[in-house]
Design a protein around this ligand. Structure first.
Ligand code: SAH
Length: 454
């Protein structure tokens, strides 16, 4: 096969990258924005040894899963992968991503492992509580904001992202307008010049009065930011704080070290599963609050925390552990970001959870920590890259009755479960949770239990 060849094929699957998959003369063909059941004429874009990338040239017979796309940025911005198929088709694909990862990477097949049906998100639009928009300069030399194109740092202008609450779009538009008026320059990544880098917004979901925090990320401080902050809080009564985050580094990481509070407070005050949560800009907070509450409830159901000592690794602001702290003997949270640990301590105090303690440390150094009591249950909720092997080995050596793993990356979850299964644990149940409707991302929860030789 050669570049620009036209081929006819049927899409039979969707990969975890969100691409449709079909076969042509034994060769795997990946086609973005196609749907299972599509019969298409595709144009070959890139040829590799055993697979090719192609794009839809002509639709011969559309899949019954197809729906009308309602976002003008779909296919350009790197956010959504599935605005062209029904939500039930998306859920089916995501359930399969998790099953396939566990089978292929972990060696866990259907017969010995229980794959529970995927848990949908009740909201599939405007469910996010966090917005991160890069800022750039357009061809008319005007500052604008949007989202990065897939696998690129080209900023696609987006007026109103359908995954974000409307207030975020209104605030972002206002910031752009005011930044233009105040002649604040946009940061240019290539030249490492300019000022305004990102707009970062966070919003409480369960508490009506929980506030909106507006973080302006800039390469350096300029006097105009004070005025911008004042005008923002005058225009939007929902905004409870404006923070200037200074990021002078040449980096893809959005937030820098230094924070200057321009007005109000930097935390938002929300509630998850009845636990009061204060969240600072640098603390991790699940972006789909309502769907994350379902995960926390499932984690509690699987962990059976009553009377148990629970080690909550990668605990963030302590939300999962605290949500199951009533009835538990003790909760010990471990988290690497100091601001998140401060939030966790304050959240425990507010909740009256005197049985909770939090340690600021790298989970990789867990063996060196002085854990006050041997845990009966371990909760693992690592970032996308998963757990270090030394963390897994140490967790296994503590010999807990159960491990509940929560992961936003089924591939690393399957890899880590495989290691735990070699260390005396068995995977009892795996369930996918859709926390990120319309995107290719999926979360999963896994129950592992210690194999006891009776
Ligand atoms: N359990 C929390 C956070 C999960 S996200 C919740 O449900 O909200 C993963 C968390 O792991 C983040 O808070 C991140 O800061 C933290 N983290 C990342 N690498 C870590 C490491 N090596 N050691 C400890 N914590 C880490």
């Amino acid at each position: 096969m050669n570049k620009n060849d036209l081929i006819t094929l049927e899409i039979t699957d969707i990969t975890n990258e969100g691409f449709g998959f079909g076969k042509y003369n034994g060769m795997a063909v990946f086609v973005p924005f196609s749907a299972v059941g599509d019969k298409i004429e595709a144009k070959v874009l890139k040829v590799n040894k055993s697979y090719v990338y192609a794009k839809i040239e002509k639709m011969l017979l559309p899949s019954p899963d197809r729906i009308e796309n309602d976002c003008p940025a779909f296919g350009k911005c790197g956010g959504c992968a599935f605005r062209h198929i029904s939500y039930s088709a998306e859920l089916k694909a995501k359930e399969n991503f998790v099953k396939k990862a566990f089978a292929k990477i972990g060696g866990f097949e259907d017969e010995s492992t229980i794959f529970l049906p995927i848990e949908p998100s009740d909201e599939i639009e405007r469910y996010r509580n966090k917005l991160e928009m890069p800022v750039g300069m357009n061809e008319n030399k005007e500052l604008y904001c949007g989202f990065f194109a897939a696998r690129s740092h080209r900023i696609i202008p987006v007026e109103d992202c359908l995954l974000q609450p409307e207030i975020f779009s209104e605030i972002a538009r206002f910031i752009v307008l005011k930044a233009r008026e105040l002649k604040i320059s946009a940061y240019n990544e290539l030249r490492h010049e300019g000022v305004l880098r990102h707009i970062f917004l966070r919003k409480a979901v369960n508490r009506q009065d929980g506030g909106v925090c507006c973080v302006i990320v800039a390469k350096r401080n300029v006097p105009e930011f004070k005025r911008l902050a004042r005008e923002l809080s005058e225009k939007f009564p929902e905004i409870t704080g404006v923070v200037l985050n200074i990021n002078p580094e040449k980096t893809n990481v959005i937030l820098g070290e230094k924070e200057i509070l321009l007005c109000g407070k930097s935390e938002i005050s929300d509630e998850m599963c009845g636990v009061p949560v204060e969240i600072s800009p640098k603390s991790f907070y699940q972006v789909n609050t309502k769907a994350a509450e379902k995960i926390y409830r499932k984690a509690a159901e699987l962990a059976k925390p009553n009377g148990k000592v629970i080690l909550d690794l990668y605990c963030g602001a302590g939300t999962i552990g605290l949500s199951m702290s009533k009835g538990a003997k003790k909760i010990i949270g471990v988290e690497v970001i100091p601001e998140a640990v401060e939030n966790a301590i304050a959240n425990a105090k507010e909740f009256g959870a005197s049985n909770a303690e939090f340690i600021c440390a790298d989970a990789g150094d867990i063996a060196a920590l002085n854990i006050s009591e041997k845990p009966d249950i371990i909760l693992l909720d690592p970032p996308r890259k998963g757990c270090d092997t030394k963390t897994l080995d140490f967790c296994a050596s503590l010999s807990p009755e159960r491990i509940v793993m929560i992961s936003c990356n089924p591939a690393t979850a399957a890899r880590d479960c495989k290691r735990l299964s070699e260390l005396g644990f068995e995977v009892n149940a795996v369930q996918a949770f859709d926390l990120f409707p319309r995107t290719r991302h999926v979360e999963c929860v896994v129950l592992l239990s210690k194999i006891t030789n009776i």
